[in-house]
Structures are given as C-alpha cells and as structure tokens.
Design a protein around this ligand. Structure first.
Ligand SMILES: [Zn+2]
Ligand SMILES: [Zn+2]
Length: 161
C-alpha cells in the first residue's frame, strides 16, 4: 500500500477526522462497538487494541452510511454484514486503515457458522431456508423450529472478531 499522510493517524486523530468528515454522526466510547440508528451514535470500546477499534468504528460507520436499521431474516443480516465490511474496507483507504478481504471473510464466517446451525432441521438434519423472522420450516420432513430473537433485538451489538 502506498504510504499517505493518513497512514499513521493516532486513534485520536482518526476519530477526529471521522467526526469532521461525518458531522451527522456521534462517536463515543462505550462497552462494545455498535451503531444506534435511533441516536445516530457509533460506539466503540477504547480498551481494545487500536487496530481493532479502527476496524470496528469503520464497520459501524458503514452500517450507518448504508442506513442499516433492521433485518427480517438471518440471510439478510449476513448480507448486511458483508456490505458493511466491504464499505468499511473502502472507507479505510481514506484513513490509512487497510482491512483485508481475508479479515472480512473470517468475520463473515462467524455469521455463516451461526446461520448454518440455525438452519439445520433438528429432526432430519436437512438445511433449509428461513420461514419467518424467528422460524424455520423443513421442506423435507415438515418440522418447524423457532430461533432466538436475541440478534434481532440487538442487531449490531455483537462483536466483529
Ligand atoms: Zn456489523
Ligand atoms: Zn426435517
């Protein structure tokens, strides 16, 4: 990567630059990183390593810019996460932060694993597509199973490691 004047931004300069470039959003320290569409706030965990903070903030900013609010299925969440990571990688170039495709795929794998488990019929083991926001229905044996709402209630408040 070509070195630019932004390639060695301190965390403070990085956040200040983001604030200046995106005056519509608030950036503040908190327990973990997430984007709140209600308050237009991007929260990040100051205790984490600097690189992880930068990745996380760019990821949440991407959710914000993409106007992600809600999703109605697990697949839609996976799609949003993928979009957010790819936009974060693009945004990163402006701030001297390089997010590799490898890192993105690792992050998305945690969602893929999660989705894989949820979509497996507990009766016959067939993998099926989602039936409703919290239900799956097996086309093979007719079983219906419910999945937790946790991620729907707190869509972006999960870690992205
Ligand atoms: Zn996300
Ligand atoms: Zn089944």
């Amino acid at each position: 990567m070509v070195a630019t004047s932004t390639s060695k931004l301190t965390l403070k300069d990085f956040i200040d630059k983001l604030k200046a470039d995106h005056p519509d959003f608030y950036f503040k320290g908190g327990q973990r990183e997430y984007w709140s569409p209600e308050t237009h706030t991007i929260t990040f965990d100051r205790k984490r390593p600097e690189k992880e903070i930068k990745f996380g903030v760019l990821h949440e900013l991407a959710h914000a810019l993409l106007e992600h609010k809600n999703y109605s299925s697990d697949l839609e969440l996976l799609k949003m996460e993928s979009e957010a990571w790819h936009m974060a990688a693009k945004l990163g170039r402006r701030y001297g932060v390089r997010i590799s495709e490898n890192h993105i795929q690792n992050c998305l794998d945690t969602y893929r694993d999660w989705l894989h488990k949820r979509s497996r019929c507990p009766n016959c083991g067939t993998h099926v597509i989602q039936h409703g926001p919290s239900t799956y229905k097996c086309f093979n044996c007719g079983s219906i199973w419910r999945v937790s709402h946790e991620r729907f209630a707190r869509p972006y408040r999960m870690t992205h490691r």
